[in-house]
Write a new protein. Structure first.
Length: 159
């Protein structure tokens, strides 16, 4: 089973992301089997440096949390987790915010924005029936919610 946790905080940066993407969430992490979270962040939180890291389950105080769970097979689970763990230590994509105005390749595997890391992991495990084919310069948390909507089983929502 694959789990994603979409969140928002009352921080200015979270509000700014929500405004730009016209959505309610500003960040997304993968939920690992032990409950810890794996994702890309621009700041040092949860005792971990910026970039792609595994962080404790409650490393931040969120104002809104929504966990989505997807029923997958053992192969998809393995490939999803293998892709994510292979990205640990890679830097956060500091130019990602400029992607709202500039063209760039969101699939570049040398740096990540939170939702782009998760979209790439879902592609790597062949979660989507076909690779995402639309040429876009970003995948926001809101975009990822829309992309996964046909497959999601809403597991929990806290607000």
């Amino acid at each position: 089973m694959i789990g994603l946790q979409f969140v928002a905080t009352p921080a200015f940066s979270s509000t700014l992301i929500k405004v730009f993407e016209r959505g309610w969430c500003s960040h997304v992490d993968a939920i690992l089997p032990d409950g810890s979270l794996l994702g890309a962040r621009s700041d040092a939180v949860g005792g971990k440096p910026p970039g792609v890291q595994i962080r404790p389950a409650n490393y931040e105080k969120w104002s809104t949390v929504q966990q989505l769970w997807f029923t997958t097979d053992v192969n998809e689970d393995h490939n999803w987790l293998a892709f994510l763990t292979s990205q640990i230590g890679k830097p956060y994509d500091k130019l990602a915010i400029l992607a709202f105005a500039m063209n760039r390749d969101w699939r570049a595997h040398d740096h990540w924005f939170c939702s782009e890391l998760q979209a790439a992991a879902l592609e790597a495990c062949r979660f989507f029936p076909n690779p995402l084919s639309d040429v876009v310069n970003r995948v926001t948390p809101r975009d990822l919610l829309l992309l996964t909507s046909p497959w999601r089983n809403l597991y929990g929502h806290q607000g």
